[in-house]
Design a protein. Structure first.
Length: 174
């Protein structure tokens, strides 16, 4: 949503629709949240990423049935979705492999699944990792998190702006 007088951001690269679109995997906690809380930030960032020519892989896609739960928990979610632990992990892993970058939506809230995706993206797949967390978050000082993170963003727009610059400059991570 743009406010009156606010300038719309232009994608950093011209012809982005003519070339293969980049893909961001949207990592972040799900268990312990309402469906609305688990999807609202993801939907907002998907819209911002689309404006700069990026596609998103969202682990909450095709899980609308979870909106019937007050709070999402693994056992109830698996029962409603009719899936196994292995199926959840395999889809997320396949999405990570397809993605160009991992975006951790809340580095302030610990999540086992997010931690696994973060480590796999960094150590095994050698993908850049952008983490959204508060400027004073302990996550920014944790040795594991610092080592596995390409960029700490303070909010969605900061993360999207970095991703836009990363694509334009074709950053190579060592």
């Amino acid at each position: 949503m743009r406010l009156f007088g606010e300038q719309q951001r232009q994608p950093a690269t011209s012809g982005v629709d003519k070339m293969a679109r980049r893909v961001a995997y949207l990592s972040g906690g799900i268990a312990g949240l309402s469906y609305e809380d688990a999807t609202s930030t993801r939907n907002a960032i998907k819209a911002e990423l689309a404006e700069i020519g990026w596609d998103s892989l969202d682990p909450m896609r095709a899980k609308e049935v979870l909106s019937s739960l007050d709070t999402i928990d693994e056992r109830s979610a698996k029962a409603l979705l009719g899936v196994t632990d292995a199926a959840i992990v395999q889809r997320d892993y396949d999405d990570l492999r397809r993605a160009d970058i991992l975006l951790v939506l809340s580095g302030d809230r610990p999540s086992w699944g997010t931690a696994m995706e973060w480590a796999i993206a960094h150590f095994q797949l050698h993908k850049p990792v952008v983490v959204i967390c508060a400027p004073d978050s302990p996550t920014r000082e944790h040795p594991w998190c610092k080592t596995m993170t390409s960029y700490f963003a303070s909010n969605i727009m900061d993360a999207v702006d970095f991703i836009d610059r990363w694509l334009d400059r074709q950053y190579v991570l060592s």
